[in-house]
Design a protein around this ligand. Structure first.
Ligand SMILES: Cc1cc2nc3c(=O)[nH]c(=O)nc-3n(C[C@H](O)[C@H](O)[C@H](O)COP(=O)(O)O)c2cc1C
Length: 212
């Protein structure tokens, strides 16, 4: 745990410059890089060390197409929520997934039954299983960045659609669709910031001392 200044800088560079990407080039990904990214996910922390994740690798055009249709259905259904603010047209212009283009999409799942009824530390806060999967996702995102590979997190879907398409058992949660690929444009700022949809919150306003 004794990082050189260069190693430390590399960690912070990955944390600060990692972006969510939705446009991918068709270049295939190298198998060894994909394996390292998946392994980074598997080495995430997890509540009671339950390791609730599985990784479903999707690269066939037919499965990509099925997932893209499910995502598009959900995207259109959600647009109605922005209608009252008059932002539905702008929302529909946003690109929120790159499922068709990305050479690889990984569905990461959460099995809440893994580890039995009494997983250490999970009794008080049941959603710590999903939180563990989120840690795995962030590990994969940072590993992908280090490999020069872009990743996009897609959460626009009905779980029932993804379960059906990927034959996921009913007790297992599809937590995220993660698209991986090379990209020609890796933006410096979040795409939602560049497009004027949202801004990064002022950091100082989020820091509290002693009490809220
Ligand atoms: C839980 C979660 C779900 C997300 N779902 C989507 C999604 O469905 N489509 C999308 O384009 N981006 C999605 N994102 C990416 C966010 O929009 C993105 O992280 C945010 O705008 C900040 O940009 P950055 O990741 O480039 O810093 C998701 C991110 C998280 C953490």
């Amino acid at each position: 745990m004794n990082f050189t200044p260069e190693q430390r800088a590399a960690v912070y560079e990955a944390i600060h410059n990692r972006r969510d990407i939705r446009k991918f080039s068709p270049t295939e990904l190298e198998e060894d890089k994909v394996q390292r990214i998946l392994l980074a996910g598997h080495h995430a922390p997890s509540v009671g060390f339950m390791q609730p994740w599985d990784f479903i690798l999707i690269s066939s055009s037919s499965q990509k197409e099925a997932l893209a249709l499910a995502a598009d259905k959900e995207r259109r259904a959600l647009a109605i929520h922005f209608a009252a603010e008059g932002r539905d047209d702008k929302f529909l212009q946003l690109k929120v997934e790159g499922l068709r283009e990305a050479p690889l999409t990984v569905c990461i799942t959460c099995d809440p039954t893994r580890g039995g009824d009494h997983v250490l530390g999970r009794n008080s806060i049941p959603e710590t299983d999903i939180l563990s999967v989120a840690c795995a996702i962030q590990n994969m995102w940072l590993a992908a960045y280090a490999e020069g590979i872009a990743m996009g997190w897609v959460s626009f879907y009905k779980k029932s659609d993804v379960r059906r398409i990927l034959a996921i058992p009913p007790h297992v949660e599809p937590v995220a669709l993660l698209s991986f690929g090379y990209t020609d444009h890796y933006p410096k700022r979040p795409i939602l910031e560049e497009s004027g949809w949202a801004k990064r919150t002022n950091f100082d306003s989020l820091i509290h001392h002693e009490t809220w």
